[in-house]
Design a protein around this ligand. Structure first.
Ligand SMILES: Cc1ncc(COP(=O)(O)O)c(C=O)c1O
Length: 390
């Protein structure tokens, strides 16, 4: 008799990016593919960062485990970075280094919630958040998508949905998939709400380095006792173009970090050491390079907005920022997956259907534009204008 598999995993959706890539596998040569599916920077890390890592490979320590919670200098450097950026008290004891921000989310949820608990997750969600909660038996309680408010979730709705089993509210800003940037006062109200109810505010700031303005995106770290409520998640993948090195961070209160360390020990023992070295180098040396990339992404947002404005294809830009544009497609009544497959197979534009980001998203398509050059935008718009579905 065959063994049984975890039924919770069986109910989790397939990884959407892999499915989307499958649509164009073995594609006949023709127009070059405009790949706007995955949120990865197209550019490589700068040569000095690569040379530094090459040199570090000569150190015998580099192949050993790192401390569970991360290299001390990296924890200190990241605490310093967050503290300076947000103008609040953050120290190394607030920081755990993880194998990417996805793992940061998984560990944070393991630390905060048990099977049967609830976590508030606005629609549309980052699919891996939902997938992880599902496989843990934690119930994701959704907040309605608010395209009328630029995709910013409603505080009163969140409050109404907090119950005795609620353990956290999860927010992503700048948002994946919508690109929405939540105003600082909204984030402050969510923090106050979470504090009032004795639950965590988990804020995924993977895209914080690609904000349109300079300076801090919010003042949450300035709030007294921020560490009792706020759990910030971060990824080094995007800012330093090192997704393959797998490094991220959780910044939270020391009690949270202490418990999270047990989970980290079991799942990874430590984040990859060479990646931690890369992140440390990045924090110390790459600020001007990150700033230049931020400027490039801002220009790309402007080019994308221009391409949609100048376009009579019926594809309507709903929100846009950092790495993402969320677009309402014109083929009403057709599922987002059908439309996204049509874009991939007939027009050579790879996107992710809104349906990957939760219920009620059938009219939407996500375009991730970090992976293409700005010049691709007018060509993308020209192709969208050819969009016809039988
Ligand atoms: C909102 C969000 N969180 C986390 C991640 C994963 O980041 P990492 O590569 O650090 O695991 C992504 C990647 O696309 C993301 O969009």
């Amino acid at each position: 008799m065959a063994y049984r598999l975890n039924s919770l995993l069986g109910q989790v959706v397939e990884p959407p990016i892999a499915e989307v890539h499958g649509w164009v596998a073995g594609r006949a040569p023709g127009r070059p593919l405009i790949d706007m599916a995955q949120a990865v920077p197209r550019y490589a890390p700068p040569a000095d960062a690569t040379r530094h890592l090459q040199a570090r490979l000569g150190d015998p320590e580099i192949v050993r485990y790192a401390p569970i919670i991360g290299l001390a200098p990296l924890r200190e450097a990241f605490a310093d970075h967050v503290g300076r950026l947000y103008g609040g008290p953050v120290s190394a004891e607030n920081v755990a280094i993880t194998a990417g921000c996805n793992q940061a989310f998984c560990l944070a949820m393991m630390t905060l919630a048990e099977a049967g608990d609830e976590v508030i997750l606005p629609l549309p969600y980052y699919f891996n958040h939902q997938m992880w909660l599902d496989m843990q038996g934690i119930r994701a309680v959704h907040l309605a998508f608010r395209p009328d408010r630029g995709g910013v979730p409603d505080l009163a709705e969140a409050e109404a949905k907090i119950g005795p089993r609620t353990r956290a509210i999860v927010l992503v800003s700048p948002n994946n998939p919508t690109g929405a940037i939540y105003p600082p006062e909204v984030l402050a109200r969510f923090l106050a709400l979470a504090r009032r109810h004795g639950i965590a505010l988990v804020l995924d700031e993977t895209y914080k380095d690609f904000l349109p303005g300079e300076g801090a995106a919010h003042d949450l770290f300035r709030q007294p006792d921020w560490a009792e409520t706020l759990v910030q998640l971060y990824s080094f993948s995007k800012a330093f173009a090192m997704a393959g090195h797998r490094v991220g961070a959780v910044t939270a209160g020391p009690a949270m970090i202490e418990q999270l360390t047990k989970a980290m020990d079991c799942v990874a023992i430590s984040a990859p050491r060479i990646g931690q070295e890369a992140a440390l180098y990045g924090l110390g040396h790459l600020a001007p390079w990150v700033a230049a990339n931020r400027q490039t992404m801002r220009e790309r947002v402007a080019m994308l907005e221009g391409a949609f404005r100048a376009n009579a294809s019926g594809y309507e830009l709903v929100s846009c920022g950092a790495y993402f544009a969320y677009v309402r497609h014109p083929h009403r009544g057709r599922g987002a997956k059908d439309v996204s497959r049509h874009l991939a197979q007939d027009l050579g534009i790879l996107t992710v259907p809104g349906s990957a980001f939760g219920p009620g998203q059938e009219d939407f398509i996500r375009f991730a534009f970090a992976n293409v050059d700005g010049e691709a935008m007018p060509e993308m718009a020209r192709r969208l204008a050819e969009s016809r579905m039988a």
